[in-house]
Write a protein of this length. Structure first.
Lengths: 371, 132
């Protein structure tokens, strides 16, 4: 590939890589190697526009044969939010792709730039959260003064997204990670949380395998625990005051929901007929305390990762979660993790989410592209 | 009779405990496999282990032999497993089993513990169990 061609198709990978990696549905580095940059040119043979990631297939000609390459893009949700569609490219279109190559040397590329033969860069994704108002608006309240966690009937609809932290780290710890909880420096692993030796070793091994064993990624397991507040497609609350429960609708995973009971029931025997089996979202009871919803959640199973990044947990996990809405656009989430099966002491973390006004929560189904 | 009972138990266990993910403590769960050449308690072996945050506990061949696991440990450096269990032979004489192995395929729910078993009379053989 000549320098002229490279210039024609854009030398913007260095600028685009960080933002592209930020919004990927799962850790791209589990599959692709950021130390293996690659460029291909060819003719589009197929567009596969399905979650969790869209793909374009490109025929790349060499001197003696034509190879078909799979080019992985962001999810259709992210792409469509930025104005792209399944018809942006058609079979027969010529493209140049820059990206990173698959770790297993298969003919796959994680695209950081896709440029048409006309020199138009396509499939760009902007991940910036919506701008905050100059003056914070007060949080909406119920007649009794409690803040509303969800939309107001007849008012502006929306959902919560753009978490300020997307991986669980003990409060006050500086352990730089990427969006999916992959440590920049594996030596920081012991600082992330007060893990027991087996949990620390397991965490490090998950990290060293680039999180490729994540059961949410491999098997579409639900993002239980605090992870539901870390997902890129956000969440919604439906406050059912008549039945004294709050539904948390989760925009990722497989559009699961969690129930927080506020009617005073206990954890044991919470749902008739489920025999107190451990659950992906555990059993949550909540009560309001001066504008803060305090939730005690326990009864988790061990079939999932409870945070991006792969911190282990056991079925002894108990979470104390506090939700508040300090202003219209901000949801504050405070968490205390108590799991004597995996950690040496209780520890805490907190982050905020942003209100996305006037939009429906994306309907992302993990299993959509896995059948 | 014991062999038949074990076989039935193993079959029932396979249906009752589907191979689901287990992302918590690596030894927790039900394990099925062999301790090759064990003429006292048979070639096949079933273990159920759990973790309370401090100790690994469990039973070998629950429902038939009911050998209580003691002095169990997991060394994360190398994922080395050590198990002991007191037993009795067919004449009612005591013996002790010692199992040393290593977890293979740690990230998988269907992980393996492979190593050796020996008893206090000098019998020994290969040991291999897979998590169900």
């Amino acid at each position: 590939m000549t320098l002229r061609v490279l210039r024609a198709f854009g030398f913007v990978a260095a600028l685009v890589i960080p933002s592209a990696l930020l919004v990927a549905h799962h850790e791209p580095l589990a599959k692709f190697d950021d130390k293996k940059p690659i460029r291909i040119r060819g003719v589009v043979s197929l567009v596969d526009w399905r979650n969790p990631h869209a793909h374009i297939f490109v025929n790349v000609a060499s001197a003696d044969k034509v190879n078909n390459w799979a080019v992985e893009l962001e999810s259709p949700i992210d792409l469509e939010a930025n104005g792209w569609s399944r018809t942006t490219l058609q079979p027969g279109d010529k493209v140049a792709v820059q990206g990173i190559a698959a770790r297993d040397n298969s003919r796959q590329v994680w695209a950081t730039t896709v440029v048409t033969s006309a020199g138009r860069e396509i499939f760009t994704v902007n991940t910036a959260p919506p701008p905050l108002p100059l003056q914070p608006h007060p949080a909406p309240t119920w007649p009794d003064g409690q803040p509303r966690l969800g939309s107001v009937a007849g008012g502006v609809q929306g959902y919560w997204a753009f978490p300020s932290a997307t991986a669980l780290v003990e409060a006050g710890v500086n352990a730089p990670m990427d969006e999916w909880g992959l440590l920049r420096n594996i030596a920081d692993a012991p600082k992330v949380a007060p893990m027991q030796p087996w949990a620390l070793k397991l965490y490090k091994e998950r990290q060293e395998r680039f999180l490729k064993d994540d059961p949410m990624y491999l098997n579409c397991k639900p993002p239980g625990g605090p992870r539901q507040f870390q997902m890129s497609y956000g969440l919604q609350f439906v406050e059912d005051r008549v039945r004294q429960r709050i539904f948390v609708l989760i925009g990722s995973g497989n559009n699961n929901y969690r129930i927080i009971y506020t009617d005073g029931r206990s954890h044991q025997g919470q749902v008739g007929g489920d025999d107190d089996n451990p659950l992906f979202y555990g059993r949550a009871v909540g009560k309001w305390d001066n504008g803060t919803l305090v939730m005690d959640t326990r009864g988790f199973n061990e079939d999932f990762w409870f945070t991006n990044g792969g911190l282990p947990h056991t079925d002894q996990l108990t979470l104390i979660e506090k939700l508040s809405r300090p202003n219209f656009d901000t949801l504050k989430y405070d968490l205390t993790v108590d799991d004597p099966g995996a950690y040496t002491r209780p520890w805490s973390a907190s982050w905020t989410l942003r209100w996305v006004a006037g939009k429906e929560m994306p309907r992302h189904l993990c299993q959509e592209n896995r059948s | 009779m014991k062999r038949l009972a074990f076989a039935l138990l193993a079959v029932v266990s396979l249906f009752a405990m589907p191979a689901i993910a287990q992302e918590g403590h690596p030894l927790k769960g039900s394990w099925l496999g062999t301790w090759a050449g064990n003429k006292i308690h048979g070639n096949d072996v079933l273990l159920v282990m759990t973790w309370d945050g401090k100790n690994i506990t469990g039973t070998i061949n629950p429902g038939t032999d009911n050998l209580v696991i003691r002095n169990a440990s997991l060394n994360p450096e190398g994922w080395l497993v050590h198990l002991e269990a007191d037993a009795k032979d067919k004449a009612g004489q005591p013996l002790t089993y010692t199992i040393d192995g290593k977890i293979e395929n740690l990230p998988l729910a269907s992980r393996i513990v492979a190593g050796t078993w020996k008893d206090s009379r000098g019998n020994t053989g290969t040991f291999r169990i897979g998590r169900q």
